[in-house]
Ligand binder design. Structure first.
Ligand code: 4NP
Length: 162
């Protein structure tokens, strides 16, 4: 039996960007009929929101696009490098924190930046933190995450072309 592709999305608080990426990716693999081939989760580098549902503003923006976000925030751990194949950071700070946490060089090779999969946002190098932003910040994040999740699916079909 083919093994599952295991993807972990990581941001700072795990209440805005990464749980939204998690929900979008779940929806995408479900709609493509390949959900059984994936394990998808999200976590934050900061543990202060542990146990919380995603931010109400993100839940409402996501729900308008048909995504129900039910993830509970958790902090990323060193063990996640054993449990996942791809660990996808939303911004440079998350990327650097993950690199410090990685238990080996081989483990660090599992770390990616979400923006590298965003085909429709070529000028963006990171997914901006919407926490202190207005409504547009959340819409931009969701646009980028939909784009990035499509890019990840494309990359998994054809890794050489990324
Ligand atoms: P996220 O957004 O990293 O996309 O979940 C944030 C959530 C909380 C905080 C910062 C960013 N915070 O400072 O509490």
């Amino acid at each position: 039996m083919e093994s599952k592709t295991r993807i972990l999305f990581v941001c700072l608080g795990n209440i805005c960007r990464s749980p939204a990426a998690d929900g979008i990716m779940h929806d995408m693999v479900e709609k493509q009929g390949v959900a059984d081939r994936f394990m998808i989760d999200s976590a934050g580098t900061y543990g202060g929101h542990r146990g919380e549902l995603p931010d109400a503003r993100m839940r409402s923006a996501a729900s308008r696009r048909g995504y129900a976000l039910t993830h509970r925030s958790r902090q990323v751990s060193e063990e996640d490098f054993d449990c996942f194949d791809m660990i996808v950071a939303m911004d440079d700070r998350n990327y650097e924190t993950l690199n410090r946490l990685a238990p080996s060089r081989e483990a660090a090779r599992k770390i990616y930046r979400m923006a590298e999969f965003c085909r429709r946002h070529p000028d963006r190098t990171y997914v901006p933190d919407p926490y202190y932003e207005g409504h547009e910040g959340f819409e931009l994040v969701l646009d980028m995450l939909e784009d990035g999740c499509e890019g990840i699916m494309e990359y998994l079909r054809n890794p050489a072309r990324n």
